[in-house]
Design a binder for this molecule. Structure first.
Ligand code: KIV
Length: 261
């Protein structure tokens, strides 16, 4: 059965951890879905791992939609969420509605994600959910604010931690159905998780969140560089390099294709 946003809340109540990974094309999405991933995020990390940019800022709404369409074609079960990219929603609520509406209509995803917990963002989340667009929040380290925050861990002082707690609560009250907690102390993530009825999905936020997400290129060992909290479960860079080496050798010594092929 296809995963719904209501199912995610039930899983939180049942203490059944939610498995989330990012995807940026059809083939990867198909494999992740068949492997049983619950939630597939077309993250704006696409800018870095799929398009080769130095950060997430350059990716456009049309590029996100292009990739989200491909991901949706490969998914039968997982809930697919698409990031609203930098400057596609920050200017005004009306800009956010148009961007989120376009993503849902054209890409066919089930929900959008946007970053931050500033009152302007909270108002945007409230307006989007009021018109039927499900929203996932994202607090802590928010990569679209890299020019201000860098990639440092957030919420380390009591004041900073309380601010993130308040933002998470405000996002829930505004109607968000889940929240990404990125690169904050595990204890803070546990506190937020216990205060919210909606699920928290952690990345670099300890093991007490309701689920975990990784950028799939990091998990597969394909990233040019990866954050300290990521874990590579396989070294696909080496596997691909070896396979390409084998192919190259066989092409050069004319053993591929074999005569029978
Ligand atoms: O863009 C992305 O991949 C994300 C994850 C890091 C949560 O937002």
């Amino acid at each position: 059965m296809a995963v719904t946003i209501q199912q995610l809340t039930k899983w939180k109540q049942q203490h059944r951890s939610i498995v989330c990974l990012t995807a940026w094309d059809y083939s990867l999405a198909r494999v992740l879905d068949k492997a049983g991933v619950d939630l597939i995020l077309v993250g704006d990390s696409l800018a870095m791992v799929g398009l080769g940019h130095a950060n997430t800022l350059p990716v456009t709404l049309d590029e996100m939609i292009h990739h989200a369409k491909a991901v949706c074609r490969g998914v039968e079960r997982a809930l697919v969420v698409c990031d609203l990219p930098f400057m596609s929603y920050q200017a005004s609520i009306s800009q956010a509605i148009k961007a989120a509406g376009k993503v849902l209509k054209e890409a066919g995803v089930s929900a959008v994600k946007l970053e931050g917990g500033h009152p302007r963002i909270i108002d945007t989340v409230a307006e989007l959910t009021a018109i039927g667009i499900p929203v996932m929040g994202h607090v802590g380290l928010t990569p679209q604010s890299v020019r201000i925050l860098g990639y440092k861990q957030q919420g380390k002082t009591e004041v900073a931690a309380n601010k993130i707690i308040d933002e998470a609560i405000a996002l829930e009250q505004a109607g968000a159905f889940a929240i990404i907690l990125e690169h904050i102390p595990g204890e803070l993530a546990a506190t937020i998780t216990s205060k919210l009825a909606i699920p928290t999905i952690g990345i670099g936020a300890g093991n007490q969140c309701d689920g975990q997400v990784l950028v799939t290129a990091d998990l597969l060992g394909l990233s040019a560089s990866q954050p300290p909290f990521a874990k590579a479960y396989v070294d696909l860079t080496k596997i691909i390099t070896d396979a390409v080496g084998d192919f190259s050798r066989e092409v050069r010594d004319r053993t591929f294709p074999s005569e029978s092929r």
